[in-house]
Write a new protein. Structure first.
Length: 263
């Protein structure tokens, strides 16, 4: 029985588990501590507020390597040496406004994962619909269903972040990318209501979804909505906690100090 479960485990092809934008944020955190130098894996994990034994640290390193932002210079697990690549430095350190070179390097990073390069080669005029992508990833590339959904979200986020300057992407496609990307961040996109002057003669009835109601938090007059697909387990809440720590570190990097109003 145990062997059957092991065989049925999702063995999807490798693909970064975070978007290019998030990977660059973590590369920036590495640069703030190590500059152009190398660092052992243990130190790198701590820079990102991970335990060296956590899967999140390993997955993050794997994502940066997949995007071509980090290189592994060898060594045992906790002492393996990691360094930012020239590609990462050219993106992070290019402060010129509207830099065409930086845009090209971002494009290179977004297409560096083999699956991403393959998809953009297959659809050079822009990504197809999420349904078409899902069909291709599951049936032609061997991804599991849930992994395929994750890959689609990241592809769309990367399209919006690094590849959306393509003139072949229509405004309708851009809206679809924005909505799908917004949902992947755990938010619900606002509905686009027609102006009052353009009332629709036959409005469609609203479709009831099975999404559970959000958890509502209020802080300093602002309402925060948290959506879960189901009852969150310990691993989900642990991931959210680490993500919030990362966001706080990014704020500290920008402002130099932590907010005094944080409870």
């Amino acid at each position: 029985m145990a062997e059957e479960v092991k065989k049925s485990k999702d063995r999807s092809p490798n693909f970064p588990f975070i978007s290019l934008e998030m990977a660059l944020n973590r590369a920036k955190m590495f640069y703030a501590k190590e500059k152009r130098g190398a660092a052992p894996f243990k130190a790198v994990a701590e820079h990102w507020s991970y335990s060296p034994a956590s899967s999140g640290a390993l997955q993050t390193v794997g994502a940066l390597i997949s995007y071509g932002l980090m290189t592994d210079e060898g060594g045992a697990r906790e002492n393996r040496s990691l360094r930012l690549t020239d590609l990462a430095l050219r993106v992070l350190l290019d402060q010129r406004p509207d830099s065409a070179e930086r845009e090209e390097y971002l494009r290179q990073a977004a297409l560096n994962p083999p699956v991403a390069a393959e998809i953009h080669e297959k659809w050079p005029d822009g990504l197809p619909s999420p349904a078409t992508l899902h069909h291709y990833l599951v049936l032609d590339r061997g991804f599991g269903d849930q992994k395929a959904h994750s890959v689609i979200k990241i592809l769309l986020l990367n399209q919006e972040f690094a590849l959306s300057s393509s003139p072949d992407v229509s405004s309708h496609e851009t809206e679809a990318v924005s909505d799908y990307a917004t949902e992947s961040r755990g938010l619900v996109p606002l509905s686009r209501e027609a102006p009052a002057s353009a009332a629709a003669p036959n409005p469609l009835p609203q479709v009831q979804t099975s999404r559970p109601p959000p958890e509502r938090l209020t802080f300093q007059g602002a309402e925060v909505l948290i959506y879960f697909d189901g009852e969150p387990d310990w691993a989900t809440l642990d991931f959210i906690e680490k993500y919030m720590k990362l966001r706080k570190e990014l704020i500290k990097d920008k402002t130099g100090v932590a907010s005094r109003n944080t409870p």
